[in-house]
Design a protein around this ligand. Structure first.
Ligand code: NAI
Length: 330
């Protein structure tokens, strides 16, 4: 099968080519999928996309007219695909539901520790031969209350790591896994209680109409002053402007982001030669208690291998006409 692979980056090419072997002809494209770029898939039977590609109804309609039958995502999240439009146009969609929850969970905790122990500031100081410790005081994670919003595959791994630190854990999930919770000594609470009682709040829910701007002016107000907020889920789980106000007032004490609501067109690319046009991220970058990474929580060797392999397996299933276990439907 010939597949147009959009948004390909240097870090994933060798994994994709190795997994495809000679079974599939991968057309590795750097541009993102959009109404302007979908014609690049002419002559292909499938498109393979990533988190910031645009698979909205208008794009899907064009793809269907070009004979595209499958959309395979190299990601777990699929909020960028209009599933109803895909079904209407006879296009099947599959994702990689799990490639390494450990990778994302470990990066989440790396953000927490780096912020808490002010490692970036310490590193910069030492490179400047400044070995003083003033201003570098952190806090013991032990005995702190950490709240997980969305106790799914990644949230559970974060909970396990934090449990190892001796944190008290709270979780909110509308579909509680009570057996797992009991086994790991984690009680499910309301989202309100998690916001009110936690010293550290980590977001691992999918982006849906219900979770959009879950963290906003009002919910921040209910949080403890000085709270640490970490988002490795999806950017629009938080209202970034409200979070900036709370950083200015000191209500939010630490912010760790791996995702940003306006990351499309910004993250994954080198803009070092450009003038930054996004005033919101520009403001975020001025806070010394904010740490941003460019949607890299998944980026481990294991995860890249698993993403590539599952993507090719999904394509194989579609090509054979088999039931695809990773298919997503409206
Ligand atoms: P999952 O599906 O295993 O877990 C999500 C959990 O959120 C489920 O338990 C679900 O019941 C819960 N949930 C659903 N609606 C909710 C709501 N309204 N409030 C709170 N919880 C809710 O997914 P997984 O693998 O744990 O991934 C979670 C999210 O992490 C993905 O949706 C994706 O957006 C993000 N992600 C980020 C990556 C990164 O590199 N930064 C990589 C992979 C995923």
């Amino acid at each position: 099968m010939r597949i147009a692979v959009y948004s390909t980056h240097g870090f994933e090419r060798e994994y994709l080519l190795k997994a495809a072997k000679e079974h599939h002809d991968l057309l590795l494209l750097e541009p993102q999928l959009s109404a302007e770029t979908c014609s690049m898939a002419l002559g292909c039977q499938a498109v393979c996309i990533f988190v910031n590609d645009d698979a909205s109804a208008a794009v899907i309609k064009q793809l269907a007219m070009m004979g595209i039958k499958f959309i395979v995502l190299r990601s777990a999240g699929f909020n960028n695909v209009d599933l109803e439009a895909a079904a209407k146009n006879g296009i099947r969609v599959a994702r990689v539901p799990e490639y390494s929850p450990f990778a994302v969970a470990e990066h989440t905790v790396a953000l927490m520790l780096t912020l808490n122990r002010k490692l970036i500031k310490a590193h910069n100081r030492i490179r400047d031969l400044n070995f003083s410790l003033d201003g570098l005081t952190g806090f013991d994670m032990h005995d702190k209350t950490a709240g997980i919003i969305g106790l799914g595959k990644i949230g559970k791994r974060v909970a396990e790591i934090l449990k190892g630190f001796g944190c008290r854990l709270m979780a909110y999930d509308p579909y509680p896994d009570k057996v797992w919770g009991e086994k790991h000594g984690i009680t499910y609470s309301t989202v309100k209680d998690v916001f009110q009682q936690c010293d550290i709040i980590s977001l691992h829910a999918p982006l849906t109409p219900e979770t959009h701007y879950l963290v906003n002016k009002d919910s921040i107000q209910s949080m403890k002053r000085g709270v640490m907020l970490i988002n490795t889920g999806r950017g629009a789980l938080i209202n970034t402007r409200d979070v900036i106000d709370a950083l200015k007032s000191g209500h939010i004490g630490y912010l760790g982001l791996d995702v940003y609501e306006e990351e499309k067109g910004l993250f994954f690319e080198d803009h070092s030669e450009h003038i930054l046009q996004d005033d919101v991220i520009a403001r975020l970058l001025t806070f010394s208690n904010v740490l941003i990474t460019s949607h890299q929580a998944f980026l481990t060797d294991t995860a890249l291998h698993n993403i590539a392999q599952t993507t090719i397996n999904n394509l194989d299933s579609f090509q054979r006409g088999d039931l695809c276990v990773n298919e997503v439907k409206a």
